[in-house]
Design a protein around this ligand. Structure first.
Ligand code: OGA
Ligand code: MN
Length: 214
């Protein structure tokens, strides 16, 4: 049984969602500068930091073939999954916004999105996530990757922590660097888009998730 049915949500034209769809079709990714308002970003950052202080975060994994030192050099983040059944008001509002986007994508592009999963992520100062794809060899249900940045309002370009997208075109490979500015959403096709996270010079905060098919 599906645990979520995005089809049933109300459907109203939405300029932000239309832009995301057009970008995804043209370039396999989209960057939305103010997906979250400053107030929403603050509330989610507070929730993240509270959980981080309460030790609700775990070291993110990359499979069992690697030792701890190796993992740290490939992927340095700590994560905490969001459980919708005990979500705070800010988390619930965010997840509803994502549901509306998923419903829109299903109605307009027949993507067949059936589930979502989201976690908070903290990349401690100086840590990275080397170039990778978000799908696993034995599980490619992740269709779209979404990252919402929750960094402090005074985050600046010199702080680093860019998301590097590897774009393939007729003329070879290009990269696009996306700065993790607070409130910004990046969304890309999980099966297509190789990407990496560059080290930052302060803790880098985000809410990251996936829209998945069955
Ligand atoms: C990931 C990831 C990108 C980012 O969690 O798989 O690639 O910008 N995150 O945080
Ligand atoms: Mn990734």
């Amino acid at each position: 049984m599906p645990d979520e049915l995005f089809e049933q949500l109300d459907f109203e034209p939405n300029a932000q969602f239309e832009k995301i769809i057009a970008d995804l079709m043209d370039h396999h990714y989209s960057v939305v500068p103010d997906f979250l308002s400053p107030l929403e970003t603050d509330a989610l950052r507070e929730a993240l930091l509270q959980k981080f202080e309460n030790d609700a975060f775990k070291k993110a994994a990359i499979g069992n073939r690697f030792n701890e030192q190796k993992i740290k050099s490939v992927r340095g983040d700590f994560i905490s999954w969001i459980d919708q059944s005990v979500a705070s008001e800010a988390e619930f509002k965010f997840l509803k916004q994502i549901d509306a986007l998923a419903a829109y994508l299903n109605r307009t592009c027949f993507l067949g999105i059936a589930h979502k999963e989201f976690h908070y992520a903290v990349y401690p100062e100086g840590t990275r996530y080397k170039r990778h794809l978000d799908v696993f060899k034995n599980d490619d249900r992740r269709q779209l990757s979404l990252i919402c940045y929750l960094n402090e309002p005074d985050w600046c370009l010199q702080d680093g922590g860019e998301l590097i997208l590897y774009l393939t075109g007729e003329d070879g490979e290009r990269t696009r660097a996306v700065h993790p500015l607070p409130g910004r959403l990046v969304i890309f096709q999980s099966r297509e888009m190789e990407h990496e996270v560059r080290p930052a010079r302060r803790n880098r905060l985000s809410l990251t998730g996936w829209l998945k098919t069955f």
